[in-house]
Every structure is written in C-alpha cells, then in structure tokens.
Design a binder for this molecule. Structure first.
Ligand code: ZN
Ligand code: ZN
Ligand code: ZN
Length: 144
C-alpha cells in the first residue's frame, strides 16, 4: 500500500532517523506483528527484502527503540519483544505455556499505576506490569 509506505517514511523522519530499506522493513514487521522477537523480525524482514544480517536487524531495532518509535518489552526468561504501540501505558498478558503475548489496557491509565508502599525517596515514573498465566487455547487444551 503506497499510503502506508509514505507514512512509515514520515515516522522515521519525525524521529530523526534516516530512511533506509532495512528500517522500513523492520518497522513494517513490527506494525504487522506486534510483540515479535528480534529473531521473528529478522525472519520476516529477510523474507521481504532478502539478504540482511542479524546485526543489521539488531541495529535497526536499537535505533528505533532508542528514538521511541518502538517499545521494547523484556519478560523474565524470554526474548525481548518489540511493539509500536508506544503512546499509552498499557500492559501485557503472557502465556507461560506458549509464550503468546497480548496487550491489556491499564486500568489506571497513567504511570506509575501502582503505588509503592515505601518509595525510599525515589522519583518513581513507571511500574512495569506483566500478567503471567495461561492463554485460553492452552487452558482449553489441558482441561480435556
Ligand atoms: Zn498459551
Ligand atoms: Zn503491547
Ligand atoms: Zn497499569
């Protein structure tokens, strides 16, 4: 879609990034499939633009995350995931069994949405919340 292409160009420029084929492809891979890992993104980008190194994908991800185009989520014991929904304070549900991750709106809305019992003098700006459990598919599969 030409419209989408122009949009992604604008997104990169607005964040002070040079437009490259790699960055555009990485941007597309993440907007089409939020919460993908670097490895997934590498596979998608490779299928789309052909020869590209792991390093080039990591570099593009680092630049895009650094500039705030992407949010990087690092769940304990799993690879980092990337998404381009950055404008709000939403959280994530992760299935312990299959690793599927979905968005969940924050019940409060702004950060930090949890009050610390004792802030020890820290200026707290965020509470990182990840809900762990089993997705409906995995729950259904094991309850048979
Ligand atoms: Zn699952
Ligand atoms: Zn998300
Ligand atoms: Zn919240």
């Amino acid at each position: 879609m030409p419209g989408e292409l122009i949009d992604n160009h604008a997104v990169l420029r607005r964040h002070g990034l040079h437009v490259t084929a790699q960055r555009l492809a990485v941007l597309r891979a993440v907007s089409d499939g939020p919460h993908r890992t670097a490895d997934d993104i590498y596979k998608v980008v490779r299928a789309e633009i052909g020869a590209i190194s792991h390093q080039a994908v990591y570099d593009a991800l680092a630049a895009l995350t650094d500039k705030g185009v992407f949010r990087r989520i690092q769940p304990a014991g799993s690879s980092a995931r990337y998404e381009n929904r950055v404008g709000d304070n939403h959280h994530h549900l992760i299935c312990r069994q299959c690793g599927r991750m979905v968005d969940v709106d924050c019940a409060v809305g702004d950060t930090p949405c949890l009050t610390a019992g004792d802030d020890s003098g820290y200026e707290i700006d965020e509470a990182e919340v990840i809900y762990w459990g089993r997705c409906p598919q995995c729950a259904a599969a094991t309850s048979v």
